[in-house]
Design a protein around this ligand. Structure first.
Ligand code: GMT
Length: 380
């Protein structure tokens, strides 16, 4: 199949997921065309059947706001025709699904070729941006006019039905990982660099948006560290990093709280850690938690959104209400003070993560792609 994938290319779960999906589909013999404004971070361009097409938005004095969505739609039309595209898979409703809709109408009118598109909802498009009155009608329209719609958790599916007038069936296809890549390969040298006194290691990884509650991560660490000496690794970068880093310097925590910035080989870091902290206000799924679990780390998270579908309370880790840092810290201490329990939970986490292996999840997308191929004309 010749497939276009449209995604946000930057660090963030949806971009990572879309890119890894394209990489896996290419390995299975499909021809994959990524269309976005910058090369996706995890894209393997050296494969002969992966292509990257950059969308450029030509500047024009009249444009106060460069119309990315239209430039994307135009690019999709050209690529769809030039490369005999069978289907388009867009990640995020806006502006990607609406651009795909425009592409579909143009190609149909000009070439009488119907190019079906599938939209995967990832979270922020539904929970924050999409609910804004300025965007809501377009989000609703583009979901209802996608040929197939998927959401990355049952919670996100429920939220979508709750907040938008959706007439379309939404399929749940969970986030996935390659468990071979994320398997536990604890590097004692690396562990010794961060925890020279053999301390246990807590870790957080994200794009440091407000929704991640970075201050809660630090608070949990402080409560735990009063009773058990631990080290906290903060991986990633984003708007909340500066304030958190300054707080740690002011409170003389910088010897035990390390801000590592963006890291490509995050699996090596997860593999030396004991507890992954994710106290977010909302996670449609929580891909980073799954990556940590696959690397033999247990998770203490909030119970918001789809997190309880990934982190099973009292089995792979613990979940607590958003903002309840005391309870989250108490759960960490329960694990850190009982080595046997910690080990058992780590095993449970790693085993549970296997259910989300790419070999299980990607065929679910391929089944939907087959259904798309059967749609030959607009449903009007
Ligand atoms: O979490 C982020 O800030 C990044 C965000 C994105 O849009 O890339 O991730 C969302 O999609 C991921 C992949 O489906 C999910 O695992 C994340 O939970 C989800 N983030 C939120 O819902 C906040």
């Amino acid at each position: 199949m010749n497939i276009i994938i449209v995604c946000y290319p930057t660090y963030g779960g949806s971009g990572i997921l879309a890119t890894e999906l394209g990489n896996s589909l290419a390995q299975k013999g499909h021809e994959v065309h990524f269309v976005t404004y910058q090369q996706p971070v995890r894209l393997r361009t050296y494969s002969s059947n992966i292509f990257f097409h950059e969308v450029d938005v030509p500047p024009y004095p009249l444009f106060n706001f460069p119309p990315y969505e239209l430039a994307l739609a135009g690019k999709l039309v050209n690529i769809a025709i030039q490369h005999h595209i069978d289907i388009v898979h867009v990640h995020y409703a806006i502006p990607h699904a609406s651009a795909a809709y425009i592409m579909q109408k143009i190609v149909w009118q000009k070439h009488q070729k119907y190019i079906p598109f599938i939209t995967t909802l990832h979270g922020t498009d539904i929970t924050i941006v999409g609910r804004d009155k300025s965007y809501e009608p377009v989000v609703t329209f583009s979901i209802n006019n996608s040929d197939i719609v998927t959401a990355v958790s049952q919670n996100l599916k429920d939220e979508t039905y709750k907040h938008f007038e959706i007439t379309k069936k939404i399929e749940v296809i969970y986030n996935f990982i390659d468990t071979e890549k994320f398997k536990c390969q604890c590097n004692p040298v690396l562990k010794n660099i961060f925890a020279p006194q053999g301390q246990k290691i807590l870790v957080h990884a994200s794009n440091f948006r407000k929704v991640k509650r970075i201050q809660d991560v630090i608070k949990i660490f402080e409560i735990v560290n009063e009773q058990v000496p631990v080290v906290l690794l903060m991986v990633g970068d984003g708007p909340e990093r500066k304030e958190a880093e300054e707080y740690c310097i002011e409170h003389q925590l910088n010897a035990v709280v390390k801000f590592l910035g963006k890291q490509d080989d995050i699996q090596d870091i997860f593999a030396i850690c004991d507890i992954f902290l994710l106290p977010s206000d909302y996670e449609s799924f929580g891909l980073s938690a799954l990556e940590a679990m696959a690397s033999f780390s247990t998770v203490v998270s909030s119970n918001a959104g789809g997190l309880p579908e990934v982190n099973i309370h009292n089995f792979t880790g613990f979940t607590a209400d958003v903002g309840n840092v005391q309870l989250m810290a108490q759960y960490c201490l329960e694990l850190l003070n009982d080595n046997e329990k910690l080990l058992q939970f780590k095993h449970n986490a790693m085993q549970h993560a296997k259910q989300f292996n790419h070999t299980i999840i990607i065929p679910q997308y391929e089944t939907l792609y087959q259904q798309l191929l059967e749609i030959k004309q607009p449903n009007i």
